[in-house]
Design a protein. Structure first.
Length: 302
């Protein structure tokens, strides 16, 4: 009978405050969606860093005719002896895992593949290209080791860390993460206040019943249980709605629209959802129950 009574009271409470309950569910869903989006962005950043840092190389460009008189170490076009000396020095440099020489002809071929149909591709010649070494590091963050090793050698025009080219992208993603976390925090506070107000209204509308229950000796826990479960149901539905939104965005927008057109980006799979979805459900329930407990303790003291 007690369980049946509690379930009946939950149903009555949800129907009496339907508008406020819907507002709680929606606000909780928005807050948890932003929280989930922030966590997914964090996973995406890790995936992209792991993917791109595995492909990052250091490029050691050597002097061509255009560099003579302009680059510090370029008094003449690179010679075979100077190139061999640079290669030998790179080979003995710590963290260097692999060295791939690229001639002017090969560099020009790659340039044409990238820019052949543009104005830049039509004006450049093979002599404009720089012979270079593509250096693969065991630790991509150790660019400075290569710079210190060969940066001042005769025949070296420049040493370029390709990791720095990707840094603006990762900076943007980190900003998006923090923005999502900030919005999520604000929305969680608003959802908490909505739950607080909803439970207070529900308790006020049933003050006669709760008063009678206190007179006949019902415990505070038994009186509070319907209100707590109402909040838990609203929080659970908000978490479920947020999870559904994130799953839909992943399935239809990311995988269906974005990923086919951005094959160069390594997008996260479904593995992060295994822990993010349960986390959102738990946070939704716990936040709602906490707000309900706080409200009811204050109410029962009156």
């Amino acid at each position: 009978m007690r369980i049946q009574y509690v379930l009946q009271e939950i149903g009555h409470g949800l129907r009496r405050n339907l508008t406020m309950v819907i507002a709680v569910i929606v606000s909780t869903a928005v807050a948890l969606t932003m929280l989930g989006a922030g966590l997914l962005m964090l996973e995406q950043t890790k995936a992209m860093q792991g993917y791109w840092y595995g492909k990052v190389e250091v490029a050691v460009y050597m002097c061509n005719t255009n560099d003579v008189g302009h680059a510090t170490n370029c008094t003449s076009v690179i010679t075979a002896a100077e190139s061999a000396a640079i290669y030998t020095k790179l080979h003995g440099t710590p963290y260097v895992e692999n060295i791939i020489p690229e001639s002017q002809a090969q560099a020009y071929q790659h340039y044409e593949q990238a820019y052949g149909s543009t104005a830049l591709g039509q004006t450049a010649t093979e002599q404009d290209m720089e012979q270079n070494f593509r250096v693969k590091l065991s630790d991509p963050s150790k660019f400075q080791v290569v710079q210190d090793s060969v940066g001042n050698m005769v025949g070296v025009a420049s040493v370029v860390d390709e990791q720095q080219l990707l840094q603006p992208l990762f900076t943007f993603i980190h900003i998006a993460e923090y923005s999502a976390a900030g919005v999520a925090a604000v929305m969680l506070v608003l959802a908490f206040l909505l739950i607080f107000n909803t439970v207070r209204l529900s308790a006020f509308s049933r003050r006669r019943e709760t008063g009678i229950m206190r007179l006949v000796g019902a415990s505070n826990f038994y009186i509070q249980m319907p209100f707590l479960l109402e909040g838990a149901v609203a929080g659970l539905l908000g978490g479920a709605l947020a999870s559904g939104v994130l799953i839909a965005i992943k399935a239809f927008f990311i995988d269906g629209i974005v990923a086919p057109h951005l094959s160069s980006i390594q997008f996260i799979g479904w593995r992060p959802f295994v822990f993010i979805v349960p986390l959102l459900l738990v946070v939704g329930i716990m936040m709602s129950v906490a707000a309900s407990v706080f409200t009811l303790r204050k109410y029962l003291r009156v």
